[in-house]
Ligand binder design. Structure first.
Ligand code: HEC
Length: 161
């Protein structure tokens, strides 16, 4: 059997490199959506936190309310995460102030080190019932910025002693 042999002259090699460079995919985004300042990125993150259901159709009816609402981060991590959270079933969870600095941390159930974004993916899937955006996508970065803003006075690296 005759095997095809690729013969690369220096010129074809150069041409291949040039076309490869042009066709190279853009790097995965690790940026916020376009903003003019950190303050704007935090505001964008907060908007997502309070209002985004990530495609989920789950709803809940807050105490004393007549109408149901879509599930968002704020459904459980109430008041923008600034105070103790109250889940729809009445269970209380800790506020998210300082929580960003608790990552990366070991998750003994999954035998993995969870980053903050990994935790967000978990909450979006399990808590909201939605589809998580890609890691480092603008939405993830904005959410991360918002959570880090809630931890601005907490020292980081608590779990890597
Ligand atoms: C259905 C309720 C629910 C929803 C909705 C939800 N979470 Fe969570 N989240 C939890 C629970 C429960 C925990 C475990 C916290 C605990 O036991 O203190 C948690 C943990 C977390 C933690 C880690 C807190 C810590 O320090 O341990 C972060 C950060 C977080 N959630 C962010 C989010 C964000 C951002 C969203 C929206 C994208 C969201 N969550 C949506 C219920 C929810």
């Amino acid at each position: 059997m005759i095997r095809p042999v690729a013969i690369l002259t220096p010129l074809t090699a150069l041409l291949l490199c040039l076309t490869a460079a042009q066709a190279a995919p853009a790097p995965t985004s690790a940026m916020s959506a376009q903003v003019g300042s950190m303050r704007q990125a935090i505001a964008q993150g907060k908007k997502i936190y309070v209002g985004d259901s990530f495609g989920s159709t789950r709803t809940w009816v807050p105490d004393m309310a007549f109408h149901s609402r879509s599930v968002t981060c704020d459904t459980c991590h109430t008041n923008g995460g600034k105070t103790q959270g109250t889940m729809p079933d009445g269970r209380h969870i800790a506020s998210l102030v300082g929580s960003a600095t608790d990552f990366p941390r070991y998750n003994p159930k999954k035998h993995e080190v969870f980053t903050l974004q990994r935790q967000l993916v978990h909450c979006i899937r399990a808590g909201i019932g939605g589809t998580a955006p890609a890691y480092n996508s603008p939405v993830m970065v904005d959410l991360e910025v918002y959570l880090i803003a809630l931890s601005k006075n907490t020292p980081m690296g608590r779990n890597v002693k």
